[in-house]
Design a protein around this ligand. Structure first.
Ligand SMILES: Cc1cc2nc3c(=O)[nH]c(=O)nc-3n(C[C@H](O)[C@H](O)[C@H](O)COP(=O)(O)O)c2cc1C
Length: 180
């Protein structure tokens, strides 16, 4: 039996609520923002998007530079994720505050976060105003992966339950089988 629930509550029950760190730079200033709004927009070309509120410092920096990097945090970086999701780059250098190291990418000027085992370099191809967030759709121009990284052991996912806790994924539960 089903009951209609408040829309916000229903959306919180979606299983995949990723947590990523997006990094960017413009005019000698670099920044990091915690993002939950991430989506794939195309396979060929490879397009991904991040939804950023125009209130964020990150919004201005991405708008001006036309670039961003999506960095995948591990469970060790939970505190850094909270810092980058609550402090603004207008007030603090989040690389310092969250003890994260900027390193050079290969195709964009935005920094990669060294401590994140997966980094996706993107160049903005489209900006889409949806509602209270603007979607920056970026073409993926390079990806970097730490050879030692086992994603099953430590990817961070957020499930926005009532509790505001972070959860990790990793259990293998069955194999995909193409329907005949
Ligand atoms: C788990 C989590 C997910 C978030 N997702 C987003 C998001 O997708 N888009 C967004 O604009 N802000 C998001 N935020 C809020 C920003 O990270 C936060 O406002 C940050 O301080 C903005 O920093 P900035 O002013 O340096 O850009 C999220 C925060 C948390 C904790």
């Amino acid at each position: 039996m089903k009951r209609e629930v408040e829309i916000k509550k229903g959306l919180r029950l979606l299983p995949i609520r990723p947590v990523y760190l997006a990094s960017m730079a413009h005019g000698g200033k670099k920044n990091i923002i915690t993002i939950g709004m991430f989506a794939f927009f195309s396979g060929k070309p490879s397009l991904v998007g991040i939804g950023i509120s125009p209130k964020r410092h990150s919004y201005e920096l991405i708008r001006r530079s036309g670039e961003f990097v999506v960095n995948v945090p591990t469970k060790k970086l939970m505190k850094a994720v909270s810092i980058c999701g609550s402090k603004s780059g207008r007030d603090v250098d989040k690389f310092v505050a969250a003890k994260l190291t900027p390193i050079k990418g290969t195709r964009v000027n935005a920094p990669l976060i060294k401590e994140c085992p997966v980094n996706i370099e993107c160049k903005v191809v489209k900006e889409v105003e949806t509602g209270d967030h603007i979607w920056f759709i970026g073409e993926v121009v390079a990806t970097h992966v730490d050879k030692r990284y086992n994603w099953r052991k430590g990817l961070l996912f957020k499930w926005i339950g009532e509790d505001g806790f972070f959860y990790k994924v990793g259990e293998k539960i069955g194999q995909y089988q193409e329907a005949t």
